[in-house]
Design a protein around this ligand. Structure first.
Ligand code: TTP
Ligand code: MG
Length: 359
């Protein structure tokens, strides 16, 4: 393979370790070293609902995100069970994201505890990128008392898989020439957008690993999965050119919300949208900007993600359009697959009319 060096990117994926539980430990130091489970009330084993996250001590008992809380209780009745305090996690998340943003020209927050950084503008060297990663870990630990894991690779796909490789607290670097070997032994479902169903479909074709998927006959994949088939194969080869989408932050005000549990009820989604709208609105007012374009982002449970925008005829400071247009743009996506995250952004910002001081 021939690569021109100046096209090579260095992408970092940062993911906080046992995030919700780590925030709880940070404010209640007496929890340190004990198994901590954040999620629904276990009601001594009779509770309904699921585990949001478990710290690493409780993972030793087999407790995992998404597991019924009653089962977690049976696995470790002595664990400390805490309710989800999403407002606190978002507040801490904002502070961490502000630190991360300083390390890259292009920055994309993916969820409450993870982000992509394109550091190609700062270094062309993977060893140096690793040093930047270490610096990030130190700063996040010193300022926010939180541990994070980092994956570094030539694209988002590889960086994201790499960050899980040495959790908690690790940095995994996968240079271009190591991508193939790094991916080959993984299960297909470790790639983006490949869930248990697709994995079962692949197994029917005799494909059990990413390495086998990378070598599979494209025609066969096309027949089985339609146009997605060949895309799976490209992913398996470690090919991903999607950019780190920095526009979300530049000259715009945006907020995202990851649901504690994937949701399908439109009214829950609209309620979350209204909350995002009032936050975005608050920030526009604070910073003194009017907006013209409204963008929504929606991510389904399987990580399929869409963004849609609409521009108003002229800029406005009136916040009701955020809600109204946001709801209009979200509408077509509701009532089908379960939803993991929604985002709302106001862009095309201009200083609010009459605000001379900004001139
Ligand atoms: P993750 O990054 O997947 O998990 P984590 O940070 O708890 O643990 P680690 O990254 O070290 O493996 O998710 C981030 C947060 O999102 C997590 O702390 C809680 C929340 N979450 C849920 O509420 N439900 C879920 O099913 C998952 C996976 C996460
Ligand atoms: Mg995490």
């Amino acid at each position: 393979m021939f690569f021109f060096n100046h096209f090579m990117r260095i992408i970092m994926h940062v993911d906080l370790d046992a995030f919700f539980a780590a925030v709880e430990e940070r404010r209640k130091p007496e929890l340190k070293g004990r198994p901590v489970v954040v999620g629904a009330d276990p009601k001594e084993g009779r509770g309904r609902g699921v585990v949001s996250t478990a710290n690493y001590e409780s993972r030793r008992y087999g407790i995992r995100s998404g597991m019924p809380i009653a089962r977690a209780y049976r696995l470790c009745p002595n664990a400390v069970f805490l309710p989800v305090d999403f407002a606190e996690y978002e507040r801490v998340s904002d502070k961490v994201m502000r630190i991360l943003r300083n390390y890259a020209e292009k920055f994309e927050q993916v969820s409450v505890d993870e982000a992509f950084l394109d550091v190609s503008g700062r270094t062309k060297d993977f060893d140096e990128a690793k040093k930047i990663g270490e610096k990030i870990q130190r700063e996040v630990m010193e300022k926010e008392g939180l541990s994070c894991s980092i994956g570094i690779g030539p694209n988002k796909l590889v960086a994201k898989i790499a960050s899980r490789h040495e959790k908690p607290g690790g940095i995994t670097v996968v240079e271009s020439k190591r991508v193939k070997a790094f991916l080959s032994r993984l299960k297909p479902s470790e790639l983006w957008g490949i869930g248990p169903k697709t994995e079962a479909g692949l197994a029917e074709l005799g494909i059990k690993t990413v390495g086998e998927l990378a070598e599979a006959d494209p025609q066969m994949l096309l027949e089985k999965f339609g146009s997605l088939g060949p895309q799976y194969r490209l992913m398996a080869q470690g090919i991903d050119e999607s950019p780190v989408a920095e526009e979300w932050e530049v000259k715009s005000v945006g907020r995202e919300h990851t649901f504690e549990k994937d949701v399908e009820e439109p009214e829950v989604v609209y309620a979350a949208l209204n909350k995002l709208a009032s936050r975005v609105c608050g920030e526009l007012e604070e910073t003194g900007f009017w907006y013209k374009t409204i963008t929504i982002k929606i991510r389904f449970h399987d990580f399929e993600t869409h963004t849609h925008s609409k521009s108003l005829p002229r800029s406005t400071g009136e916040c009701r359009f955020l809600e109204e247009v946001g709801a209009e743009l979200l509408g077509p996506f509701l009532g089908g697959k379960k939803i993991r995250l929604i985002g709302l952004r106001a862009s095309g910002l201009v200083p609010a009319a009459g605000q001379e001081k900004l001139a």
